[in-house]
Ligand binder design. Sequence first.
Ligand code: UDX
Length: 436
Amino acid sequence: MGRRVGVVGAGYVGLTSAACLAHRGHNVVCVEKDKSKVDRLTEGTVSIAEPRLPELVSEGMANGRLTFTSDPNRLAVADIVLLCLPTPMGPGGAADLGAVDSILPMLAEVLPVGCVLVTKSTVPVGTARRIAELLGRPDVPVVSNPEFLREGFAVQDFLHPDRIVVGAAEPPAATAVIGLYLGMDAPVLRTDTASAEMAKYASNAFLALKLSYVNVLAELCEQVGADMSDVGRTMGLDARIGPAFLMPGPGWGGSCLPKDTNALLNAADSAGVDFGLLRAAVLANTRQRDTVVRKIRTAATGSPAGSIRDMRIGLLGLTFKAGTDDLRDSPALVVAAELVAQGAILTAYDPCVPLAGQEGLPSVHLVDDPYLVAKDAAAIVVLTEWPEFRALDWAQLAAVSDRAVVIDTRNLLDGEVLAGTGFVHTGVGKPGVTRS
Ligand code: UDX
């Protein structure tokens, strides 16, 4: 049976949750304080680049199950309210709960008796309990139901989750939240609120650990003459390890992994728990960007200590991964900034970063054509694994470049395709360079 659901916040998590819950038959009102955002959404404009999201928003608005408003009083008839507010990294690495805290007085006033309040965005362990105290509404249970949405797959992940975790102090409140997901083919875990909150951090931090492990392993493979691709494939076939998150790259980034690892480290520090293991993973990730810059310098100059001053270097990809337009905490930008600091002149192309984004990217000259990136370049660096880069005419890129050198930080390019184009190709975790 469709429930009356309120969603607070029409950001990435809120909008995806609202549109998907409406698609699942619930009646959803999405409350967003930014009125211009509400206007744009009401006109049907979705500014988040997420497959299927615009279609689901239109579908919900057309059948009347999804509405947008900036009037919080619309929450007065909700059975369940999901808090989908940003929790950015605050000073010292702890999650900043300012947005959540500031909305509680309004919620205390407007929520109907017996409504269930749910934290959906990532919040520190203990937040559900803290919200319950601050809210001062014993009739409103606070439940933790964290999201596990990947950018670029948010709708897919919401509608087909690996698992659903619902942390609640009162079983009926948990049952009400589980009711939102009835019919979904996913294991449901009932826990206390702290465990659900921790499960989110634990998952993201574990992914970060796995990636840092892989990136350092890739460096070791290069030194000892092993191939990380084969090592990763072998590891991934062990069911206890699994095949995902075994691809080395320029380091992990995005809006979640850096923020959540720092928040968990901060929580461990506050609790007096030595989480050196996670701290090492974060440090390894910072170091990974230096490793990439050194690799670029070596490939471009022939020596790790060579100078790239006044050298033209072309960058393919700027977003933190393919399938998103998100530049937040993108390793590509850190690498770009360091190359510029060392005197390189950068031209960059990313299929999802429009030329209008140039203002936010002072260190690079953005172009709207990947072939312009190659023009007169002493080296081309692939920083994001956009599949279309594989299909470029690499012979033409070689022809227009100054030196046909490519550093492929994602192991994206096909050696077979590059063979014969004249490119010298350096991957990650490979024994030596591949000469065509
Ligand atoms: C992540 C979590 O996966 C998701 O569950 C959570 O809700 C939000 O954070 P997202 O930030 O979209 O999702 O990125 P993800 O796909 O997990 O990738 C994270 C980073 O790891 C990216 O920088 C990506 O390029 C990198 N990565 C991933 C690798 O370098 N190699 C891999 O094999 C996989």
